[in-house]
Design a protein around this ligand. Structure first.
Ligand SMILES: Cc1ncc(COP(=O)(O)O)c(C=O)c1O
Length: 459
């Protein structure tokens, strides 16, 4: 079992010891499964999506004939159902193959490769990322993850004693811990607006921020998509409201980049950080930091670098010493894969996969969903609970008895469930199987020994 902020995931070392029950039956039989395993790879995904030309993203998302090839572009183990993609997730095989290839290139004469080749080639990746977000690539630093990106800003923004930083009870705890640290170090104050789950409307979310602002508020940290629930926040409205009051906004886009289809100007944030190993499907250990040119000078990097990396260059945020360039370079393959599917088509597919299982389970009287299914309120994932069933026992039961991986969320009575996050490679029969198991538990409760398990609260 591993803990990652407030979320618990089952590790592969705690492997299930009981067999799968009905997977082959519900998945359409062994032939269907072996058909999926007979991969044709990424070019087929391109061809399939190209054949969708002329269809709306909404219709493409619902046409199963288009998605088989994209599912096979990943090297999956179909004896497991991975509905825990929101922390990080499998990359398409073209991405993993590129990482391996670049590692071998790197091993030839590592020092040469670094100085004469890789550092320059990373610039091509930077340009592609700039194109993706429609912003100046010289405002984008390629970092290791969203944590590094966003902590750079939260530690680097000049604040003085008495200044307030506003965020919510649903923002990422590791980032909130930076604000707590600065309370001790710099005498600033953390203010947390309470947002309900599920939220009723976008207006309610804007109001939660607006009501918590005081004359001392200097900075807002907002998740574009909340990690606990999948709730989408109306970032542009929050930024516009904040800017009218001279407050800067840090957008935590860890879950929204390459999940929702947008460019930087659709958000209007002052700073932006995201992981690339989440929905962009890039190699693990890649992330992105956006700081506009006029703010680069005032935001200190977490680690100071040599002179050419100081001052006004965005590269000053990349000065972390020697690291493998292979994951960074292979971001390029992930972007190519993303663009081949199409940002809007991907968003609609992710939303459809969520609706597929969530609408079915939502018909049951004891199911609790923690986001609205309204398209503007959530996209590819949400958190689902069964009233009266402990989420940890349910999470363990799903994994140990059915090889279905989800992530447990437990914030007390008001937010207890399983964060359920399919991905492009997820098939509808896999979601059917998940629904059948959940329906059985909702109807009959948990079997022993899971029914009698007790858990200590650790939040
Ligand atoms: C909302 C949010 N912000 C930031 C992060 C940090 O991302 P990373 O682990 O890539 O640093 C996460 C991780 O899950 C997250 O959910």
């Amino acid at each position: 079992m591993s803990r990652h902020n407030d979320i618990e995931h089952v590790s592969s070392t705690s492997a299930p010891n009981l067999g799968r029950r009905r997977f082959l039956k519900t998945a359409g039989g062994a032939a269907a499964v072996s058909g999926l395993l007979a991969s044709t790879g990424f070019p087929a995904a391109e061809a399939a999506v190209a054949s969708a030309a002329g269809m709306t993203p909404f219709d493409s998302a619902r046409d199963e004939s288009l998605w088989g090839a994209a599912q096979q572009a990943f090297s999956m183990n179909r004896s497991l159902i991975n509905l825990d993609n929101a922390w990080t997730c499998p990359s398409p095989r073209v991405v993993t193959e590129a990482v391996v290839r670049y590692i071998w290139n790197q091993e030839e004469v590592p020092a040469q490769q670094w100085i004469n080749d890789f550092e320059d080639r990373v610039e091509t990746v930077r340009i592609s990322l700039g194109r993706q977000l429609d912003c100046d690539p010289q405002e984008l630093a390629i970092v290791r993850n969203a944590t590094e990106a966003l902590k750079t800003v939260l530690y680097g923004v000049p604040l003085k004693a008495g200044d307030e930083v506003l965020t919510t009870n649903h923002d990422y705890s590791s980032l909130v811990s930076v604000i707590r640290h600065r309370e001790i170090r710099d005498g600033i104050k953390l203010v947390r607006a309470e947002v309900p789950a599920p939220a009723e409307s976008m207006d309610q979310l804007v109001s939660a921020f607006e009501e918590a602002i005081t004359p001392r508020t200097k900075l807002i940290l907002v998740s574009h998509i909340a990690y606990l629930t999948g709730q989408i926040f109306p970032v542009k409205r929050i930024c516009e409201m904040a800017h009218q009051r001279d407050i800067e906004v840090v957008v935590d886009a860890a879950h929204s980049f390459a999940h929702l289809d947008y460019t930087m100007s659709d958000l209007q944030g002052d700073y932006f950080g995201t992981s690339l190993h989440k929905w962009m499907l890039a190699p693990k250990g890649t992330g992105l930091l956006y700081i506009p040119k006029d703010k680069i000078e005032k935001i200190n990097p977490l680690m100071s670098g040599p002179s050419r990396r100081r001052g006004r260059s965005i590269r000053k945020y990349e000065s972390v010493g020697t690291q493998s360039m292979a994951p960074m370079l292979a971001i390029g393959e992930a972007i190519t894969f993303h663009r081949a599917i199409g940002g809007k088509v991907k968003e609609e597919r992710m939303r459809y996969l969520k609706l597929y299982w969530a609408e079915r389970l939502n018909k049951l009287s004891n199911i609790q969903l923690y986001t609205s299914l309204d398209p503007e309120m959530s996209c590819g994932f949400t958190t689902v609970g069964i009233r009266g069933v402990h989420p940890e026992a349910l999470r363990d039961y799903l994994w140990e008895q059915h090889y279905i991986q989800t992530a447990r969320i437990d914030r007390g009575e008001d937010l207890q469930g399983l964060r359920t996050s399919p991905n492009l490679y997820t098939t509808l029969p896999e979601l059917d199987y998940f629904c059948e198991v959940m329906e059985e538990v909702a109807a009959n409760g948990m079997p022993e020994p899971y029914r009698s398990m007790t858990f200590e609260r650790d939040f």
